[in-house]
Write a protein that binds this ligand. Structure first.
Ligand code: ZN
Ligand code: ZN
Length: 341
């Protein structure tokens, strides 16, 4: 098989490796049909997260089951499947609640150093009954790629933002995850979704997804749009210190700051005193994947939540270096790059 690696000098290469076998009796091997580059992969590429050895990268992939272990029950060879970006044991209370990030055995992320990356021609998947989900024909590969991570992250972040019916929520950052948060907040019944991003093309796409784009400094723009009170909630899909400052500044007293962006390793000085006296709830999450699948799969199938337009560019897997270079430019016309083996 071939797999994408990021070297410690941040170069991206595609290398040959031994074909995977099912990791244990509960495991499976998936032949990858499509995989995508996530904003969190770019943290390794850009150098925000340290690399001590070449990394087999990628945690968003869909494909066809090529082999299963003797104890796998819910999927069979030949099934078209998607894989949760987060791997859990599948048996603890956290996994049974559908949130593998809270797995009692500790969550493992594909393509971050322990499990093989999904940007490859085939992937070994442990705990296949939990990690893999057979896909109906009505869900195409682009939608399924979003369901492996970004849409579940945005959906969970919007739920935890706890926007009252008809309330106002701000989404900071309109990359793939932010756009998924916009569509999730609209689908969950927010009255007004204010969408902020420095890139005009991304604001236009958020507008087409049901949001009201805001421009310029975020806090005054949110105050203008909310009669000076601030938003009921702010979803930060970037999590730079500057956007976190905007989130705490734009949320109204009693509101929620919901962080779904991936911060770097440096600490952020939470404005504790004002947040305490203003009764601000701070919540943070990655994707509660399986919980979200339960809610999102029917909505994606019925078209009640749209998945189109987010995968904007496609490259052959072997052109991964060019694909990373494009994704890292964060252009207005490029939300998400898919790789096809
Ligand atoms: Zn991702
Ligand atoms: Zn677990």
């Amino acid at each position: 098989m071939r797999q994408v690696m990021i070297n410690t000098d941040r170069t991206v290469v595609v290398v040959e490796a031994a074909d995977p076998v099912p990791p244990g009796p509960g495991g499976a091997v998936v032949t990858v049909d499509a995989t995508s580059i996530c904003g969190s992969d770019l943290h390794f590429y850009d150098g925000d997260l340290p690399l001590i050895a070449p990394l087999s990268i990628g945690h968003e992939f869909v494909g066809t089951v090529a082999a299963i272990g003797a104890e796998v029950r819910t999927i069979k060879v030949g099934d078209r499947v998607m894989c949760s970006c987060l791997a859990g044991c599948g048996q603890c209370d956290g996994c049974l609640a559908g949130d593998p990030a809270t797995c009692a055995s500790g969550v493992e992320v594909f393509g971050s150093g322990v499990l093989q990356g999904g940007q490859a021609t085939s992937v070994a998947v442990p705990g296949a009954d939990f990690q893999l989900r057979a896909l109906p024909d009505s869900i195409d590969d682009d939608a399924a790629l979003l369901l492996t991570d970004n849409l579940c992250t945005g959906w969970t972040g919007a739920k935890r933002a706890n926007v009252p019916p008809g309330g106002t929520v701000v989404v900071l950052g309109l990359g793939a995850v932010g756009m998924c948060a916009v569509r999730s907040a609209v689908a969950q019944g927010a009255g007004q979704v204010l969408a902020a991003d420095p890139v005009a093309g991304r604001r236009a796409m958020a507008a087409a997804s049901g949001a009201t784009p805001i421009e310029g400094p975020t806090i005054p723009a949110v105050m203008d749009a909310t009669g000076g009170r601030g938003a009921h909630a702010v979803i930060d899909a970037v999590a730079l210190d500057t956007t976190l400052d905007d989130a705490f500044g734009a949320v109204r007293a009693g509101g929620t700051v919901s962080v779904i962006g991936v911060h770097d390793l440096n600490p952020y000085p939470v404005p504790m005193l004002t947040a305490l006296f203003r009764s601000i709830t701070l919540t943070m999450n990655t994707a509660a994947v399986h919980q979200s699948w339960k809610e999102l799969i029917p909505l994606v199938e019925s078209g009640a939540i749209r998945t189109d337009g987010i995968v904007t560019h496609r490259f052959p897997l072997d052109a991964a270096a060019a694909a990373y270079a494009l994704a890292a430019e964060r252009r207005g016309d490029c939300l998400k790059v898919a790789l096809q083996p």
